[in-house]
Design a binder for this molecule. Structure first.
Ligand code: HEC
Ligand code: HEC
Ligand code: HEC
Ligand code: HEC
Ligand code: HEC
Ligand code: HEC
Ligand code: HEC
Ligand code: HEC
Ligand code: HEC
Ligand code: HEC
Length: 301
């Protein structure tokens, strides 16, 4: 082969490699100012989104310190995309891998107290992204993906939707229904961003969460019923139950799961017996959470 031709071929190859390397290196490097075009440019093709954005809470957010609170704070430098309209040339948090997408948001939100325990939470650990629950462009309260918070949760936790439709439940149903309903929501008990307690419970323990609203159950009593202070969930279920009062099992069976002394606790009872009729065990032991009466040792008053 001609030596000169080989040289020029080598040269071309080297040039190609260098170009490719430079291309990737430039993508790795921090974006240059000239890679940004500013939100006015975005308006040309995304008028709806740009106009709506002035009402968005993020219209005030400013990451780059340029007073530019625009589109490119989240979508990254947009010049290439704005010139080509190529959707692959712009960052879309919704299409990104969950961890990377969350990182983008956390650059501004990591100091928010509610998000302190995000990394390591059940949601972060299962590749759930901020955008699974939030829709930044939908100018809703807390920028949630659905008008009602719980609807955002039910897209994945449909078993809980079934629970809150049961006979006994917390007032979690439709907030457009009677006043009582919708008084509570999922985040009354959970912090979806992460919590110290199990099951994303936003308190030191599950019982502490229950005490926040059912304070009277925390008060010290003369005669305690020991399972109560241990764990409310021994007898109750939080979301809904087909039994009265969110009970996990009907009385007397609930009581008999622990009380098998074999005296009047476990029967057999004839039909119509005071032990099974009406409120069953609670006919005589109504103070199931503990008694303050000097003569209430068996929770009877
Ligand atoms: C020349 C017109 C044009 C301009 C200017 C423009 N875009 Fe786009 N953009 C498009 C088109 C076309 C699409 C693809 C829409 C589709 O396929 O539905 C798109 C899609 C997008 C997407 C979605 C990408 C995806 O993964 O689906 C984002 C985000 C976006 N643009 C942001 C921006 C931002 C931010 C700016 C300003 C920096 C901007 N665009 C400027 C034309 C433009
Ligand atoms: C605070 C971060 C943030 C800012 C600022 C922001 N966006 Fe977005 N954008 C998102 C996220 C997150 C998504 C993914 C969908 C969603 O969550 O709403 C998105 C999606 C989009 C899409 C794709 C919509 C679709 O239906 O696929 C377009 C287009 C877009 N943004 C344009 C813009 C424009 C134009 C601006 C400036 C006016 C802007 N964005 C500012 C976070 C942001
Ligand atoms: C599993 C659903 C879910 C995920 C995932 C999620 N959020 Fe939230 N977020 C919520 C709900 C629900 C609220 C409203 C809570 C309330 O009203 O107290 C909220 C509220 C917020 C708030 C307002 C907090 C305040 O102090 O008022 C910010 C900021 C926020 N989220 C950011 C994020 C960021 C950033 C991510 C990703 C790292 C994220 N969220 C992931 C459900 C979620
Ligand atoms: C440039 C910084 C910045 C980025 C990036 C950013 N945010 Fe924000 N965000 C803010 C600021 C500032 C507020 C105003 C309230 C505050 O100070 O927390 C806010 C508020 C919020 C709120 C509360 C809305 C309300 O009604 O109280 C949510 C939810 C939220 N952001 C979610 C996100 C999500 C999801 C992302 C990623 C797609 C994101 N943010 C990216 C700066 C940012
Ligand atoms: C995009 C799907 C998705 C959405 C939306 C979602 N979650 Fe989850 N959630 C998961 C996954 C996945 C897990 C972990 C696996 C599991 O336990 O089922 C989980 C786990 C949980 C757990 C149990 C945590 C543990 O330690 O076991 C709670 C509580 C929870 N989510 C509450 C919520 C609440 C409240 C909302 C709405 C604000 C919500 N989730 C929205 C997917 C989702
Ligand atoms: C009264 C407080 C309370 C409210 C309100 C509440 N939860 Fe829970 N949730 C709990 C407790 C306590 C647990 C732990 C249950 C256990 O360990 O058996 C739990 C467990 C969960 C779990 C994991 C176990 C399971 O059942 O899949 C999910 C998911 C969950 N809750 C979602 C939700 C959603 C969605 C809402 C809103 C519709 C909601 N929770 C409202 C207290 C509550
Ligand atoms: C944010 C406040 C709040 C928290 C936290 C809370 N509750 Fe409730 N609870 C309520 C309200 C409100 C009602 C409805 C009271 C009414 O209808 O008079 C209720 C009702 C109940 C009922 C009676 C249900 C019925 O069918 O009458 C039980 C049992 C109960 N809660 C147990 C618990 C347990 C166990 C926990 C902890 C896992 C808990 N609650 C946490 C507010 C709360
Ligand atoms: C040993 C089983 C058991 C445990 C443990 C238990 N409960 Fe109950 N709870 C019951 C029974 C049975 C009823 C129904 C009482 C009735 O109908 O008079 C009830 C009713 C309730 C009610 C509705 C009526 C009322 O008394 O206000 C609330 C609220 C409640 N429990 C909260 C709690 C909380 C909070 C805890 C944890 C601190 C707890 N319970 C632990 C058995 C239990
Ligand atoms: C999770 C197990 C458990 C359940 C369920 C339970 N108990 Fe108990 N109960 C106990 C324990 C433990 C004691 C303390 C026993 C002791 O000190 O000998 C106790 C004590 C009592 C006492 C006082 C007995 C004494 O000797 O001081 C009565 C009465 C009682 N329970 C009634 C009930 C009734 C009625 C129910 C159903 C609503 C019920 N219990 C459900 C575990 C349970
Ligand atoms: C007709 C009223 C009555 C009914 C109904 C009743 N008890 Fe009792 N229970 C008592 C009295 C009175 C005592 C204390 C005297 C005694 O030792 O028999 C007692 C004592 C207890 C004790 C303390 C231990 C013991 O044996 O002394 C437990 C535990 C208990 N009952 C559980 C239950 C359970 C569980 C039920 C439901 C299956 C139930 N009781 C139904 C009246 C009743």
């Amino acid at each position: 082969m001609n030596k000169g031709l080989m040289k020029s071929k080598q040269f071309a190859l080297t040039l190609l490699i260098v170009t490719v390397l430079l291309f990737f290196a430039s993508r790795q490097m921090n974006a240059q100012e000239s890679d940004y075009v500013g939100s006015e440019k975005c308006r040309e093709c995304h008028a709806d989104m740009t106009n709506g954005f002035s009402k968005n809470i993020h219209a005030k957010a400013d990451r780059r310190g340029l007073g530019d609170s625009g589109c490119e704070t989240c979508h990254g430098p947009g010049r290439v995309h704005a010139e080509s309209g190529d959707r692959a040339a712009i960052m879309n948090p919704a299409g990104m891998e969950a961890g990377a997408s969350a990182k983008n948001c956390l650059e501004c939100h990591s100091s928010n107290k509610t998000l302190m325990l995000w990394s390591g939470s059940a949601h972060a650990g299962n590749n759930i992204a901020c955008t699974n629950c939030h829709q930044v462009h939908a100018n809703r309260v807390k920028l949630l993906a659905r008008a009602q918070e719980k609807e955002a949760c039910f897209t994945c936790h449909y078993n809980v939707r079934a629970s809150i439709l049961q006979r006994s439940k917390h007032p979690l149903r439709d907030s457009s229904a009677p006043l009582e309903e919708g008084k509570m929501t999922c985040s009354s008990c959970h912090n979806p961003h992460g919590a110290k307690s199990e099951k994303l419970i936003d308190a030191r323990s599950i019982n502490d969460k229950c005490y926040e609203c059912h304070t009277e159950k925390k008060a010290p009593v003369l005669w305690e019923h020991s399972p109560v202070k241990e764990d409310c969930l021994v007898c109750h279920t939080p979301h809904g139950s087909s039994n009265d009062k969110l009970l996990v099992t009907k009385v007397p069976r609930l009581c008999q799961e622990c009380h098998m002394q074999g005296r009047h606790q476990s029967g057999p009872f004839s039909t119509g017996s005071i032990f099974v009729q009406n409120r069953s065990c609670l006919n005589c032991h109504p103070m199931v959470h503990g008694s303050n009466h000097p003569s209430g040792p068996v929770l009877q008053r």
